[in-house]
Design a protein around this ligand. Structure first.
Ligand SMILES: [Fe+2]
Length: 387
């Protein structure tokens, strides 16, 4: 392990984690524990129509101040503003988000507006908040983003067509309720793509320039569990053991990267997501093997740890080949799950790659990549390989 006496870090994980089947029924009790009595339920129409928000509403009973169903796949500033307005109207003192990363991120934005007022974009960036925000219980219905435990929120500015990144310890949800029953109905393709987002978080946490041993423990176990259980979730959606382990892995990967940051895969995925609408998990899944091959020579020891967590026979893998071995393993995994493996398959135009490469240079995640990326040409070369 490559740690010396210079190692120094702060590990932060303030979220109370409640795990298990039917734990959604504890939502009201958890809200009481936060010392508040009226919460706005923040969700999207699909989750509401699937009856999942209804279960939470039932658990909240009279504590439910209202339901905001306006979240979209890439929630924007407008949606956050509307949600905050509605929260004020109904006198909500807390938020309970139910949905994928987008619903949880929307609630993080609403939490800030309720406490601080003003314009959300003024808090974009890194650690700009100075006090705890509106209490928030996050209940994920996907198992990937880790947003239920992370300090990050991605909110789209639809006018400028960019994704705004908020990184702040004060937007980490207070409670995460992980009920495997809520992810049971997630369709195979969404299960696969959100699951690959979690794998990307874990891999990037292991080799981030901010890596540290506590995050390592979580990220490496997440890699182990995702490799083992994600295909089972995709092939057998009602396998609740697999669903539960995948959900925990996504949360572990979330805690890990909330402390170590993510790196180049995310910087590149954010740019093709904002420019060409590629869903986050799919973009990560396609880019991950290529970026690993690009990075491997700078961090072969870290790549071997990742290989070991994927149950590969590391004694037989040399440092010079570990990058391509990991890439092949990931391609096998995504192939087994029927996922696209090229950017051209997800509507990214070849002539649009240069713009994506230029955009990713200004993404904050890029600075944590183990191999520094200094020019758009370097990113473009990887984009071309992934195209
Ligand atoms: Fe992600």
């Amino acid at each position: 392990m490559d740690y010396g006496r210079e190692l120094s870090f702060i590990f932060n994980n303030p979220t109370r984690i409640v795990f298990g089947e039917k734990t959604v029924s504890e939502t009201g009790v958890e809200l009481d524990g936060l010392g508040v009595s009226r919460a706005l339920l923040v969700t999207d129409r699909g989750v509401a129509e699937a009856g999942l928000a209804g279960q939470v509403q039932k658990a909240l009973g009279r504590r439910c101040a209202g339901i905001f169903e306006g979240c979209l796949q890439d929630s924007g500033l407008q949606v956050v503003n509307e949600g905050a307005e509605y929260a004020r109207e109904v006198g909500a003192e807390a938020l309970v988000s139910v949905g994928g990363g987008s619903a949880i991120d929307t609630a993080k934005g609403i939490a800030v507006l309720l406490k601080e007022g003003g314009r959300l974009q003024d808090y974009a960036g890194y650690q700009l908040l100075s006090r705890p925000q509106t209490p928030h219980i996050a209940i994920p219905t996907t198992a990937g983003t880790g947003s239920e435990v992370t300090y990050a929120a991605v909110i789209k500015d639809w006018e400028k067509n960019i994704k705004i990144l908020f990184c702040d310890n004060h937007i980490i949800p207070n409670v995460a309720i992980l009920d495997p029953l809520l992810t049971k109905g997630l369709p195979p393709q969404l299960t696969a793509s959100t699951g690959m987002d979690a794998l990307t978080h874990a891999v990037e946490a292991v080799y981030s320039t901010e890596r540290e041993p506590l995050a390592d423990a979580l990220a490496l176990h997440a890699i182990r569990q995702i490799t083992r259980y994600l295909p089972r979730c995709v092939e057998q959606g009602d396998d609740l053991v697999a669903r539960g382990q995948q959900q925990l892995a996504a949360t572990m990967a979330g805690i890990a990267f909330s402390n170590t940051q993510v790196a180049l895969v995310h910087a590149m995925a954010h740019s093709v997501g904002a420019l060409y609408g590629v869903p986050h998990g799919l973009a990560n899944s396609i880019l991950l093997p290529h970026v690993i091959m690009h990075n491997a020579a700078s961090c072969p020891d870290r790549c071997l740890l990742i290989a070991q967590a994927m149950s590969l026979a590391v004694r037989e893998i040399g440092e010079e080949e570990v990058g391509s071995v990991l890439a092949s393993t990931i391609w096998e995994l995504t192939d087994r799950m029927g996922m696209p493996q090229r950017l051209r398959e997800v509507s990214v135009p070849r002539e649009g790659l240069a713009a994506a490469a230029a955009a990713c240079l200004s993404d904050g995640a890029i600075i944590y990549n183990p191999k520094p990326i200094n020019t758009a040409e370097e990113a473009l070369e990887i984009f071309h390989k992934a195209w």
